[in-house]
Design a protein around this ligand. Sequence first.
Ligand code: SF4
Length: 433
Amino acid sequence: MHVTKKRNEQQFSVPAMATQEGDDEPPDPGSCLAGTPALPIPRRSGRLVRFPAHRTGILNPAVRSFRKKHFPGVPTKLWNDWQWQTSHRIRTLAQLERMISLSEMERAAFERSETVLPLGITPYYMSLVSPDDPDQAIRRSVIPTVHETVHAPGEADDPLGEDAMSPVPGLVHRYPDRVLLLLSDFCSTYCRYCTRSRVVGHGAIHPSRNRLERAFTYIEQTSTVRDVLLSGGDPLMLGDEKLSWILSRLRQIPHVEIVRIGTKVPAVLPQRITPRLVRMLRQYHPLWMSLHFTHPDECTPESYRACAILADGGIPLGSQTVLLKGINDNVETMRGLVHHLLKMRVRPYYLYQCDPITGSSHFRTPIETGLSIIRGLRGFTSGYALPTYVVDAPGGGGKIPLMPDYVVEREADALVLRNYENKIYRYPEPCNA
Ligand code: SF4
């Protein structure tokens, strides 16, 4: 193991609540797509079930007391404004010190200033962070530690080889029938284990009209592409109008059958999910959403409300969860998470083995941990609660599913199988097989 070299002098040095241009600025909703024709966002389109929480505001007592302590005087309406949340993200050591007692490992991360990812946490998500316990799951997923500066063997900045599979900037074409389109590199909250930590938060990927038009042209000219996944950064950090233009542009391409949006917003910034946003999104069905939930503590009343608005808008919801050491790497935590997700009408979709990104060794578990979690879930809970456990093959091999070994033996006329209770059964193969 050796320590990574210093890569970004500006980390953690942006003043509190900064508004100057630079890295990690939210995309300006008005700049690059001004004058772009987009479908108007209907004031009422169909019947969206009213969820009273979006009017009543803060639902979670922990959130309420955090706001009272650290943002006194901020009215509920402002607290529930996603743009206020975005512009008041916690971005500096000084801000953090006012809210939590930093451990030595956390403080050392700031002193070395060598981590790749900037710091960014919405006030809402910060309210879920334990002020005293550095081992709390939510805290570990967003507060940097000095472990991020350790470069273990086999780790790489771009372990999935995405850069080599980008025919145009910000578009990854790995599988024949689908592409990944990165809209921006901005997230409201940065996960310390992010696979794209080499790009997110650095102000390198802009949702500029020129770049996106190059991507649209590539998709138009590649008739095998039937599925476009919008990701980043977080696509939902763009304004409604800009998103509407992007979706309407994709919908003009006849062979694009479905569009998917990958987002962590319902977990870290549920205020972003508004009835207005969903009225816009539902114009572009079939539209799917891959959410990113990591731990049951993220499943707050606010997140339940956000998922309810999306589900009521007819958007199929799946969740992708990264398996993380000390955060969710046991059956009990994972069971709690997938049960919450089903109640939120979110289908647990993938459980990812953590990618070997630079500085991730403190987050990565042995493969056997993931297999034992799947073994501890299958048969003990609803089949719908079971995500597919996958390794994204380093170098760009794509997702490879992993399963506990339920096949004990292959006999000439039967398959010998083990069930979830470890009992053995023989399944007779058909005679003409
Ligand atoms: S939300 Fe997604 S893209 Fe953004 S930091 Fe987290 S893992 Fe990375």
